[in-house]
Write a protein that binds this ligand. Structure first.
Ligand SMILES: Nc1ncnc2c1ncn2[C@@H]1O[C@H](COP(=O)(O)OP(=O)(O)OP(=O)(O)O)[C@@H](O)[C@H]1O
Length: 469
């Protein structure tokens, strides 16, 4: 080979650049770094920033890669990916990321869905905690909606069974991050105390295991096994509603662990009082430690999560697209992630850049469309979310800058999108008169004529209304 392998790889990149859009090149190929070339095995090793990039390259660009590699390096060339860890942000990409081992395909850390098969008390090293290492605290972005549960979770991980937060009962809507948080507690706990017997189990799996134990006449072993756990994490316990026998069995486990000072962590989609079919003796126990609620993420948390995801997965989304997704697809973090994945898929399939047009198209398909006419309450809610202020702030007499803007914009949008007269709008926005509404609308109109950044802000809020039109 006459030319240095690094230069040959640069040739490959030039060829690729000619064959994909600029956006695709920047997103998927620019982050690839030449690592090494093994002359004997004719193997090129490249570093990639995440497993996600690997999956996309393998799924959509493998043919292109193979053609350019053959063209530049000749036939019989093998390509290996090395998935690196983002040290700057303390984020690990996959299990092998921290070991500098060249891998054909990064090994996925599969979450074994099965519970321990033997019901004997295995040693801590033998017990698979059934935790997903990726769902850790480093990846659990903090925001207003989860600050308290996250802080409590960290403290439990550091002192399991020794805080007043026992049991820790966490509840919140679907996709708000319950599983991630309770899993992160287990992961952190295991890092600090490798000897502790930590176990994550879904309520459904616990029930299945219990049913099996009944069938095989091993209920005592079953209970004994669970009574040997130091940190027991049970997810989705609302699924036990009316499963009387399972609940009774869990009662024995719970009581024993609690008395022995072991940590219990429970997650559900509703607070203990709303758990149907659970007897009082368990309900009072569920409620005697700490109950914390996870709320729907606010816009700022969505932005932070999206930015982190893009950074981690080596994606480049324009800021206005991030803002738009955060404002429109924010009913849960799962929805946010779904939109990002769809957006990537669309951009690849249609060979188009990720911009507002594509984002609007994808969001319309991915997010449930609400056909109700836009109401003034919808408007105030979106404006408040955008400026991170509360409805009482908007209604108040305060002249604080962001309150005034949120107030004036609420009136402006109400006039533009609802059929209400100015006097009614004024009444609903803190009991103002119609001349204040007209003045506010004029102020916004005037500012939009001279302030480009402000026009962008207004457009971004209007985008968040789109799903309601
Ligand atoms: N604060 C956060 N930072 C980063 N990712 C998050 C955060 N909250 C949730 N996620 C991610 O959102 C997705 C959904 O979260 P999770 O499964 O924990 O929700 P859940 O409340 O348990 O939902 P369900 O009740 O439907 O099981 C996961 O991929 C999770 O990693």
């Amino acid at each position: 080979m006459d030319k240095a392998p690094r230069l040959l790889w640069n040739d490959c990149l030039s060829l690729i650049r000619d064959n994909v859009s600029e956006q695709q090149y920047k997103t998927w190929f620019e982050p690839i770094v030449f690592d090494s070339y093994d002359e004997d095995n004719r193997t090129l090793v490249v570093q990639i920033p995440s497993r996600y990039v690997y999956e996309v390259l393998e799924q959509y660009y493998v043919e292109l890669l193979s053609k350019v590699l053959h063209r530049c390096f000749g036939t019989n060339i093998a390509l290996k990916y090395r998935v690196v860890v983002d040290k700057a942000h303390g984020l690990t990409v996959d299990e092998e990321g921290s070991e500098s081992v060249a891998i054909d395909k990064p090994k996925v850390s599969t979450r074994a869905n099965q519970s321990p098969t033997t019901l004997d008390a295995a040693t801590p090293q033998d017990l698979n905690p059934q935790l997903d290492p990726h769902k850790n605290f480093q990846r659990y972005i903090e925001g207003d909606s989860n600050k308290l549960p996250r802080t409590i979770g960290l403290s439990i991980a550091e002192h399991p069974g020794r805080t007043t937060f026992n049991p820790f009962f966490i509840y919140g809507p679907s996709g708000s991050g319950k599983t991630h948080l309770i899993n992160a507690i287990g992961v952190r706990c295991k890092e600090i105390y490798p000897q502790k017997r930590v176990l994550y189990v879904s309520a459904r799996l616990f029930q299945v295991q219990y049913t099996d134990a009944v069938r095989q006449n091993t209920v005592n072993d079953f209970i004994h096994f669970y009574q040997t756990i130091d940190v027991l994490i049970v997810d989705d316990i609302q699924e036990w509603a009316a499963a009387t026998k399972t609940l009774d069995t869990f009662f024995h486990v719970f009581d024993h662990l609690f008395r022995c000072g072991k940590q219990i962590i429970l997650a559900a989609d509703r607070p203990p009082v709303d758990l149907v079919g659970v007897k009082d003796r368990l309900l009072t126990r569920f409620s005697c430690g700490m109950i914390a609620e996870l709320h729907k993420p606010n816009v700022q948390l969505c932005i932070d999560i999206l930015n982190t995801k893009c950074r981690r997965d080596g994606l480049k989304f324009p800021a206005d697209v991030i803002q738009f997704i955060a404002e429109t697809a924010n009913s849960s973090v799962r929805e946010l992630e779904g939109v990002v994945n769809s957006l990537m898929a669309y951009s690849i399939v249609y060979n188009s850049d990720i911009d507002m047009r594509l984002a609007e198209r994808v969001i319309k398909r991915a997010v449930k469309v609400d056909n109700r006419p836009l109401t003034i309450d919808d408007i105030i809610e979106k404006v408040c979310a955008h400026y991170n202020v509360t409805q009482p702030n908007v209604m108040s007499r305060s002249r604080k800058r962001e309150f005034v803007i949120a107030r004036q914009l609420s009136m402006y949008f109400a006039q533009k999108y609802t059929k209400m007269p100015a006097s009614r709008i004024g009444q609903l926005v803190g009991g103002r008169d119609h001349s204040t509404v007209i003045h506010s609308c004029n102020t916004i109109d005037q500012r939009m004529k001279v302030d480009k950044a402000f026009v962008e802000e207004v457009t971004s809020i209007e985008n968040s209304f789109k799903l309601k039109q």
